[in-house]
Design a protein around this ligand. Structure first.
Ligand SMILES: *Cc1c(COP(=O)(O)O)cnc(C)c1O
Length: 430
């Protein structure tokens, strides 16, 4: 199991374990489909950032959208993480998890007035602003609440992150950020607004970036921009380079080398009197989680083999949304060497409901367990109830201990909040 973080996923006696816990045992006690996370892997991934940055002023703000379970937020808060949020709901989750609002940065291309007021009233650290209109809104809200909002403006450094088009965000043609050429003027105007303290410059050029050179190039452009702003007399204290470091999804693939990337980044900011902020999401949680699923049956159609499992696109949308590749590993190591090609699909009524196409897999039979790897980021976070499927449970493994951090949904959960109008507006014609 090469994808997942170092030693958290290993075969013992021909059976796949998460830390010291057998996935077969987890499936028997908690059912499938289930998201299983390794606590040690999450902590290890976070500390790769924290340790590399120990000797410079910094704050690592975990991007909540990658996996927003409050147990995971709580775990990261305890390790010293701040949080990058993109909605009022995510702030609510951070607070419910015991996170410190002063460690929160609020990003996102469209914040509502209510979200801005909520964030200000909780005293978040700062806003990453994406338009002049938004800066004005924050100014008015801050004045009304008799407070001052720290802001950074998200600039668009016009570098190509060379990743999937849906998760590339740093080109001029994208909806994100403000053209770095036009941003200086906005900084001047923002600094003059009441209730606004201009604090930093932020950017985020995309996600699943395996080659970190574009990130370093973005850093160069933003640093030059910061010097220019400082030259005009503005006080800039922070550089927020966003998230985006990529992980290995395929066997043999190499994830972004975080430590090396941070060493090079530190050289660039050396002596510049800046606090370095980062917003990693995927690289903290992706390889710390698998989606555990059971084979329902195996069938052949026109000579093609389909392995139908009890998880579906509503549980893990990435293959359907991004044509994403996830390794699929049998929980029980197959005894014979026979492999055959198959599509691994879920029960949802959509041809987009697949986990793998033409994958070499051992011969599988109903009841077999599979681990869909590297599913800790943008996995449960993108889950839905499509096809009226209750969402899977989420489990956190710590050594030999397994905790349910989100129970499996029930049928009652499916209709929670719905109602039938008391005055019938529809009279059937019979
Ligand atoms: C999504 C996002 C992140 C996290 O990206 P990852 O690729 O998961 O590290 C960070 N910052 C912003 C503004 C984002 O939109």
């Amino acid at each position: 199991m090469p994808q997942t973080s170092q030693s958290s996923w290993t075969y013992r006696d021909e059976e796949l374990f998460c830390e010291d816990t057998s996935l077969t045992r987890i499936a028997a006690s908690h059912g499938t489909p289930a998201y299983v996370y390794s606590k040690a892997a999450i902590a290890r991934n976070f500390h790769a950032y924290e340790d590399a940055l120990a000797d410079v002023p910094h704050r690592v703000c975990y991007a909540v959208k990658a996996n927003s379970n409050i147990a995971i937020l709580n775990l990261l808060a305890a390790q010293g993480a701040g949080f990058d949020i993109v909605s009022g709901g995510e702030l609510y989750r951070v607070l419910a998890a015991g996170g410190d609002p002063h460690s929160v940065v609020f990003s996102g291309v469209g914040k509502t007035a209510a979200e801005i007021r909520f964030a200000l009233s909780k005293g978040i650290h700062s806003f990453n602003c994406e338009s002049e209109y938004e800066v004005g809104q924050i100014s008015r809200a801050a004045v009304a609440l008799n407070t001052t909002a720290s802001i950074a403006i998200r600039v668009n450094p016009d570098v190509n992150a060379a990743t999937h088009p849906y998760i590339s965000t740093g080109l001029r043609s994208h909806k994100f950020g403000i053209d770095i050429e036009a941003a200086a003027e906005l900084y001047r105007r923002a600094a003059a607004l009441p209730g606004i303290a201009v604090e930093g410059v932020s950017c985020h050029i995309g996600s699943q970036i395996l080659d970190t050179n574009p990130l370093l190039e973005a850093a160069d452009r933003v640093l030059a921009f910061i010097e220019r702003l400082r030259g005009e007399g503005l006080t800039i204290r922070t550089l927020d380079l966003g998230g985006g470091a990529g992980v290995a999804y395929r066997s043999g693939e190499q994830g972004a080398h975080i430590t090396e990337f941070l060493e090079r980044l530190k050289e660039k900011i050396q002596g510049r009197d800046l606090v370095l902020m980062l917003e990693p999401g995927r690289s903290i949680v992706a390889n710390a989680g698998v989606l555990l699923t059971r084979v329902l049956h195996v069938k052949e159609n026109a000579g093609k083999r389909f392995v139908i499992v009890d998880a579906a696109m509503n549980d893990l949308l990435r293959p359907a949304l991004y044509q994403a590749y996830h390794e699929i590993t049998p929980v029980e190591r197959p005894r014979d060497e026979t492999r055959c090609q198959a599509d691994v699909v879920g029960p949802v009524c959509e041809s987009g409901d697949f986990f793998a196409h033409n994958r070499e897999l051992p011969l599988l039979k109903p009841g077999d367990l599979l681990a869909i790897e590297t599913a800790g980021a943008y996995g449960f976070a993108l889950a839905s109830n499509y096809n009226a499927r209750p969402r899977a449970c989420e489990l956190l493994v710590d050594g030999a201990d397994v905790q349910t951090i989100r129970r499996r949904e029930t049928y009652e959960d499916l209709i929670r909040g719905e109602s039938i109008p008391t005055v019938q507006t529809f009279v059937p014609e019979i």
